[in-house]
Design a protein around this ligand. Structure first.
Ligand SMILES: C[S@@+](CC[C@H](N)C(=O)[O-])C[C@H]1O[C@@H](n2cnc3c(N)ncnc32)[C@H](O)[C@@H]1O
Length: 215
């Protein structure tokens, strides 16, 4: 009940709703496909953050890299609304926010080779073994990531949970991804990253490319 009250507090006020409407992808149609390039007025390579939370990283990156477009994906309704308000206030034409589950988006809805980079930072670890089925990273999801990345495009991932990092890296390896030496740009910059760094927690991050792709 208190979550519902908090949600209705977030999603109110003319300025907040106007800010969010500048970036929020309308969901009144029947979406079976999402063509990232069609979401933006200007064609440019599109980077996608999955589970973007409050948007700390993607808002800063969209401001820092104006020559690219950015799509922020978040499942939780109130968090997506909060991010949309923050992103809309930032006045960025190259950032869009969509509230949806990343799994059908990656597995089914995005076209092949349509994504210039994936950022996946601190995905929920679901630490109990009986809950592993809820994790984002599965063999099917890794194949979906590979299918939708443009040739040579990177996948950036970070988690604070060592065992989940090992599972993610193994799943990506089995799907044909190869780890690169470069750092993941958001591993120290997302809301959770900053919280974990302040707590002195280790972060396990990697950059991956689909095997055979040009680096
Ligand atoms: C631990 S938080 C990390 C948020 C942000 N990436 C950061 O590092 O600050 C995980 C986020 O992923 C979102 N999430 C979980 N499952 C998701 C899914 N299937 N699709 C999209 N977002 C998801 C959660 O709602 C939450 O906001």
């Amino acid at each position: 009940m208190s979550r519902i009250r908090k949600g209705s507090r977030v999603w109110s006020g003319a300025e907040r709703l106007a800010a969010a409407s500048r970036v929020l992808v309308a969901q009144d149609g029947d979406y079976f496909t999402v063509a990232p390039r069609e979401l933006f007025a200007r064609p440019a390579p599109v980077e996608v953050e999955l589970g973007a939370g409050r948007g700390d990283f993607i808002i800063a990156r969209a401001a820092a890299v104006p020559e690219r477009n950015f799509l922020a994906v978040e499942l939780a309704g109130t968090i997506a609304q909060l991010m949309a308000i923050r992103a809309g206030r930032a006045g960025l034409d190259n950032l869009r926010v969509v509230r949806m589950d990343a799994r059908p988006l990656v597995n089914l809805m995005l076209p092949e080779a349509s994504v210039a980079a994936y950022h996946i930072y601190f995905p929920d670890p679901w630490p109990k073994e009986r809950h592993f089925k809820h994790r984002l990273f599965t063999p099917a999801f890794a194949i979906g990531l590979s299918r939708t990345l443009a040739p040579g495009a990177p996948l950036f991932v970070a988690t604070d949970v060592a065992a989940y990092a090992a599972a993610i890296f193994a799943t990506l390896g089995a799907a044909g991804f190869v780890r690169a030496a470069s750092a993941a740009p958001g591993a120290a910059l997302t809301g959770f990253a900053m919280k974990f760094r302040a707590q002195g927690r280790a972060v396990h991050a990697g950059t991956f490319h689909a095997a055979g792709a040009a680096r």
